[in-house]
Design a protein around this ligand. Structure first.
Ligand code: IMP
Ligand code: MG
Length: 172
C-alpha cells in the first residue's frame, strides 16, 4: 500500500523547470560538449528529461553510490558501488543528481571525479534541501529549493518505491 502523499511540485512545474535548466545549460556550454554523469539510482528520471532539453552534444554515463539504507536517515558513509565507463579526463563534466540534502554523497562523487582530471565539473540537481546541508558544496544548477521534508517521486524513492510518480510529493 502507498502512504499518504502531499504533492509539492506538479508534473507541469517540473516539465517547465527542466526545460529552463536545459536551455540555461545549453547556452552556458555553447560550442562545447558535455559529459553528463548521473548518480544512480535517483538521478535517472530527471537526467532523462534534462538531456532531452539540452541542445548541444551530450555523452551520458552513470555512477552508483550508496548512502541511505532502506530508510529516510542520511549517512556520512558513502560507498562507490558502480563506476563510470567513459573516461573523464579533459571533459566538461555535468554531475547530475535528484537531490542535494546533507551533501555527503555528492561531495564524495565530486572529489572522486576531480581526481580524474576533468576540464571542468559542475553540479546540477533537481531539488535542493539547503537547510540540511552539512558539507560545503553548492549546486551550479538547481531546479527547486524545498523545505526539510522527505520527498518521493520523479526518481526519488522511499524504500525503493515511488520513483515512478511523475510529480514530487512529501510523505506524510
Ligand atoms: P545527501 O544527504 O546529500 O548525501 O543525499 C544523498 C541521497 O539521499 C540523495 O541523492 C537521495 O538519493 C537521497 N535523499 C536525500 N533526501 C531525500 C528525500 O527527501 N527523499 C528521497 N531521497 C532522498
Ligand atoms: Mg541519490
Amino acid at each position: 500500500m502507498y502512504q499518504k502523499l502531499d504533492i509539492l511540485i506538479t508534473e507541469e512545474s517540473i516539465r517547465r523547470r527542466v526545460k529552463e535548466l536545459g536551455e540555461k545549460i545549453s547556452s552556458d556550454y555553447r560550442g562545447r560538449e558535455i559529459l553528463a554523469i548521473g548518480i544512480l539510482k535517483g538521478a535517472w528520471i530527471f537526467m532523462s528529461d534534462l538531456v532531452r532539453n539540452i541542445k548541444i552534444p551530450v555523452m551520458c554515463d552513470f555512477i552508483g553510490v550508496s548512502s541511505y539504507g532502506d530508510g529516510a536517515v542520511s549517512s556520512e558513509r558513502v560507498k562507490l558501488i558502480s563506476d563510470i565507463r567513459i573516461p573523464v579526463n579533459g571533459k566538461d563534466v555535468l554531475l547530475i543528481d535528484d537531490i542535494i540534502d546533507t551533501g555527503f554523497s555528492i561531495k564524495f562523487v565530486k572529489y572522486y571525479l576531480e581526481s580524474k582530471n576533468p576540464a571542468s565539473i559542475k553540479l546540477c540537481v533537481l531539488l535542493d534541501k539547503q537547510s540540511r546541508r552539512k558539507v560545503d558544496i553548492h549546486a551550479d544548477y538547481a531546479g527547486f529549493t524545498i523545505p526539510d521534508r522527505f520527498v518521493v517521486g520523479y526518481g526519488l524513492d522511499y524504500a525503493e518505491k515511488y520513483r515512478n510518480l511523475p510529480y514530487i510529493a512529501a510523505v506524510k
